[in-house]
Design a binder for this molecule. Structure first.
Ligand code: FUL
Length: 500
């Protein structure tokens, strides 16, 4: 310091500072990694996204009253399962369907709790028979999930039509937050807590009845709720109230073909939930909730499953469009999934593995015109898209936002679907692409011309015949296939190309 102050030493000091700042500029990025395009996902949102396709189980008081929304005045004794409810069977079915997890309702709007909570008497311990009194859904569901290597989480309704306190601050502090904390204790490895947005107003409310209105944005003390849950369950994404993932805005099992995982806080789910907002300020990925059966979220007499082909279509239109799919399968009065549902879901699982289980891309030669300059310990070559490693990706140099990815096989292959994944840890980028096939490697025909091949995101699956309802068809017998990336927010980062 003293030397820098002297006149003779000034140039040396100046030189030293200049060269130091050059070193500083180079040090942080020896691997030449692309800069992120903000907003980017939190690591817990990334893990959540990888769950992709999971089950929803609506079971509770409504299963025995036949209602979809209980009033909150139900006699606790009405909850009387005809056998011991079996969450393990629910999750086994989900696993056979190809799902990676499940979410069980533990309290619906009627307020009846499916665990022995300290917060209210309106719970299983006061139910109608021995099977009912032995129920503890969070405990048994979490245990079964761990056993079956499935992810798990719970739906706990913020709206409570049984609680006399609903609408006051005391409800939030003494009932709702405490219930969430109790549920969090059933497993610190939960991947999602589902907080429904329904607040229909009227109810029983401990006998007082009437209509209670709340301000959804502030009433549930969201920041406190989020911190409390995250302290216990660090990987648990709060859905709905708490806002770490967004409602796709329809309950019909489809996402927009263009679907950004970015959104603004003031978005309208019904208007824009399906599509997201390209320049949104938050990472708020879409989750699509849909029914696998024809009638209710809860089981009703005459409940029957959709066909496996229809469920496969939902899969393509959600998981295949950068959303997650939470598919509801309601347990019956015996607390199990009925045989027809088990069969339909198992068949759906078979369709998924038959149609999307054998990737032809690793056998192809894959090439691109452009490749990002490699760093010391990381390269960005085309092969990174077919190496089955989600941490490697192909990229172009900064400022290069278009290129063509070509796959060529020695022998012709019959192809039906193309799957693409972006390396979203550094943001969602691709805006426009299209797919072409060639029988000789020279002349090219564009496929799926009716499909909006715009966004990719975490995952995009394009049926090459352009149909999601009858996507399998005869397929195309081709020598080569290419994906032309036409536009991207910044250099594209593609972690996976799969061809089925
Ligand atoms: C809705 C609720 O009101 C339904 O009863 C169901 O739980 C569904 C998944 O969300 O908003």
């Amino acid at each position: 310091m003293g030397l820098c102050m002297s006149l003779t030493a000034l140039p040396v000091c100046f030189y030293a500072q200049t060269s130091l700042s050059l070193v500083e500029q180079q040090l942080p990025n020896p691997d030449n990694e692309p800069l992120p395009v903000h907003p980017v996902p939190h690591p817990r949102q990334l893990k959540w996204q990888e769950t992709e396709y999971y089950a929803f189980f609506h079971y509770g008081m409504n299963t025995y009253t036949g209602l979809e929304w209980g009033n909150g005045d139900e006699d606790r004794k009405t909850f009387a399962p005809t056998a011991a409810p079996n969450p393990r069977q629910w999750l086994e079915t989900a696993k056979a369907a190809g799902m990676r997890g499940g979410i069980a309702v533990v309290k619906h709007h009627d307020g009846f709790c499916l665990w022995p909570t300290e917060t209210t008497d309106h719970n299983v311990t006061n139910s109608g028979n021995e099977y009912g009194r032995a129920v503890n859904i969070p405990r048994d569901f979490a245990e079964a999930a761990r056993d079956l290597d499935m992810k798990y989480g719970f739906y706990i309704s913020p709206w409570d039509r049984n609680s006399a306190l609903y609408g006051t601050d005391r409800y939030v502090k003494e009932v709702f937050l405490r219930q969430c904390a109790e549920i969090a204790e059933y497993g610190t490895d939960q991947f999602e807590m589902w907080f429904d947005g329904a607040n229909g107003g009227s109810g029983y409310y401990g006998g007082e009845g009437g209509t209670r209105s709340i301000d959804r944005a502030t009433y549930y003390d969201v920041p406190n709720l989020r911190d409390t849950v995250h302290k216990v369950c660090p990987d648990c994404v709060l859905w709905g109230v708490g806002g770490e993932a967004r409602w796709i805005g329809n309950e019909a099992g489809w996402a927009g073909q263009t679907n950004w995982s970015t959104e603004n806080r003031d978005y309208s789910p019904e208007g824009n939930g399906m599509y997201g907002t390209e320049d949104g300020w938050f990472w708020l990925p879409g989750e699509s909730d849909a029914k696998a059966t024809n009638r209710g979220w809860f089981y009703h007499d005459g409940e029957s499953p959709h066909t496996p082909e229809r469920l496969f279509q939902m899969y393509l239109e959600t998981v295949g469009r950068n959303a997650t799919l939470i598919l509801n399968i309601p347990p019956n009065k015996a607390g199990v999934l009925p045989p027809a549902s088990v069969t339909a879901l198992t068949e759906t699982g078979k369709l998924i593995s038959q149609r999307l289980g054998t990737d032809l891309a690793p056998q192809a030669t894959i090439s691109t015109n452009k490749v990002r300059t490699a760093g010391a310990k990381r390269d960005y070559k085309a092969d990174n898209m077919t190496d089955n490693d989600k941490e490697t990706y192909w990229a172009t140099n900064d400022g290069e936002v278009s290129d063509t990815i070509t796959l060529t096989w020695d022998k012709k292959q019959t192809v039906r679907y193309v799957e693409l994944m972006e390396y979203i840890a550094k943001g969602q980028r691709v805006r426009k692409f299209h797919i072409e096939t060639s029988t000789d490697g020279t002349a090219w025909t564009r496929r799926a011309t009716n499909v909006e091949t715009t966004t990719v995101g975490y995952k995009r699956i394009v049926p090459l015949n352009g149909s999601t309802s009858s996507s399998y068809g005869e397929g195309y017998n081709v020598k080569a296939l290419r994906i032309v990336i036409e536009d991207s927010k910044a250099c594209p980062l593609i972690s996976r190309v799969a061809v089925y």
